[in-house]
Design a protein around this ligand. Structure first.
Ligand code: F0G
Length: 461
């Protein structure tokens, strides 16, 4: 193995990328209102906006696509997907959906009545948005170290704060809690993992108060890798057995298959309860498509059936997590502040410590996103004052989040370590000149606060 440390795949097909100039990028940034969601992908050199739906599929997945059966009802593709889900997740009931947020809608609608609260370690925006639209509330109760981008390295910064969770339940009354949801890995604070111990303790707490325990498993294989390599009990366990055990504690799980499903589109709503499944089926028929295709083509179901099995491969996961760590180490060597240790799907730069002179109401993380695209054509995403900040509709008062980061999301099986070097080199130069940057002024925000980063507009100060 000593000499077999490169990417565990051969590149069989390529997508050309365009090189562009700084002055072109300055024009495009201005046109986009300094929001890189609005910059055309063809004008991006390395796209680290997201790791979602951006994976390269394997030859087995492409072959499976050709097997896709496009029948409206009870297509063969569904049964192949169902078999794969039974094998990989050991969950009996499977409702496919077109992507993760559709599953977020189903779970929020089924479990959270208006006024009820959904507790999470840290909910992802799309669950939060769905809950908000449905009149429910959310609470993030991740451990303290997970809320602070400058905290000392810890193995499982995605863990739920068990004590805070119990206090919260008692304070608000168990009958007012719609569900507890554990997101693995925890996307919003660095792709940080959750330990099996913490999953067990949270599930036990949920059971004690008769609250449904659920999971968001978009990155469950990456989480399983961290459990295997950091939690002594699982040192010799297979990734598949860790995944199955992780899920054994929850009654319902939602998955954006665009991450650890290794596909470009798709999602899953999984449950152990017949009555919950029946409700999910009914809602899916209204919103997604018939029960057995859920808004996807048969070929998408087949590609996912294969992707779910492939993602359990330890060699793949080791390459994946180590690539993210490689980039993190390059940034650390240059003194650039990041969330440590690096997590599963990206490196999160701590913009508070990067641009110490830019106050949070001038969007330091977004400023870094803009600076990086301007200098290098590399696109990342802000997870800070814009994504998580809110303005009170009554008082007009602003609330600023604890985390102020720029996420460099790494696509699966897409980029090489040469690309990682380019990202590190560009960021190093910005870091050296950091004092010369000024902040941004927010000029537009959409009506749903938890989604404002997708469409916000800015001006340079
Ligand atoms: N849950 C988590 C933890 C996610 O990270 C995402 C998407 C979703 C649910 C929603 O899934 O996009 O398939 O509808 N995250 C992407 C990201 C968008 O960039 O982190 P979706």
């Amino acid at each position: 193995m000593k000499y077999q440390t490169a990417e565990p795949f051969r590149i069989k097909m390529i997508e050309h990328v365009k090189k562009t100039t700084i002055s072109e990028r300055q024009t495009w940034l201005k046109e986009a209102g300094y929001n890189v969601f609005k910059v055309k992908a063809e004008n991006v050199y390395i796209d680290c906006l997201t790791d979602s739906g951006t994976s390269a599929m394997s030859k087995n997945q492409w072959a499976a696509l050709m097997m896709g059966d496009e029948s409206y009802a009870s297509c063969d593709s569904f049964f192949r997907l169902e078999k794969s889900v039974h094998e990989v997740f050991d969950m009996p009931f499977v409702q496919p959906v077109h992507q993760g947020r559709a599953a977020d809608y189903l779970i929020a609608k089924i479990y959270c009545k208006p006024g009820q609260i959904a507790i999470g370690n840290m909910h992802f925006d799309t669950f939060r948005g769905n809950a908000e639209v449905l009149g429910a509330k959310v609470a993030d109760l991740v451990i303290q170290a997970g809320k602070d981008a400058s905290s000392a390295p810890e193995d499982f910064k995605g863990n739920m704060d068990i004590q805070a969770c119990e206090d919260f339940i008692l304070k608000n009354g168990p009958e007012n809690i719609g569900l507890i949801m554990m997101t693995v890995t925890c996307n919003n604070n660095g792709g940080q993992p959750v330990s099996m111990k913490n999953i067990r303790e949270t599930a036990a707490l949920a059971q004690k108060y008769n609250i449904p325990f659920t999971m968001d498993i978009a990155r469950i294989a990456e989480n399983a890798y961290f459990i295997k390599t950091r939690e002594a009990e699982f040192k010799h366990a297979s990734i598949s057995s860790i995944i199955r055990q992780t899920l054994s504690y929850c009654e319902t799980a939602v998955m954006s298959a665009k991450k650890d499903g290794l596909v470009n589109i798709g999602g899953l709503f999984l449950t152990r309860k017949q009555d919950i499944f029946t409700m999910a089926n009914q809602l899916a028929i209204v919103h997604e498509g018939f029960i057995t295709y859920g808004g996807l083509a048969g070929r998408d179901l087949d590609a996912l059936a294969v992707g779910l099995r492939e993602v359990c491969d330890f060699d793949y996961l080791e390459y994946r997590i180590k690539q993210v760590e490689y980039l993190g180490n390059k940034l650390k060597e240059a003194g650039i502040p990041i969330i440590e240790p690096t997590g599963g799907h990206g490196v999160y730069v701590d913009a508070r410590r990067f641009f110490t002179h830019i106050p949070q109401n001038e969007f330091p993380a977004q400023r870094l996103v803009v600076a990086l695209y301007e200098l290098s054509g590399i696109r990342c995403v802000e997870l800070g004052a814009c994504a998580f900040g809110t303005t009170d509709p009554v008082t007009g008062e602003s609330h600023w989040p604890e985390l102020e980061t720029m996420r460099i999301a790494i696509s699966r099986r897409v980029y090489t370590n040469n690309h990682m070097d380019c990202i590190a080199n560009a960021l190093k130069d910005i870091y050296l000149n950091r004092a010369s940057y000024k902040g941004l002024k927010l000029t537009y925000e959409g009506p749903i606060q938890s989604l404002r980063h997708f469409t916000a507009g800015f001006e340079l100060i």
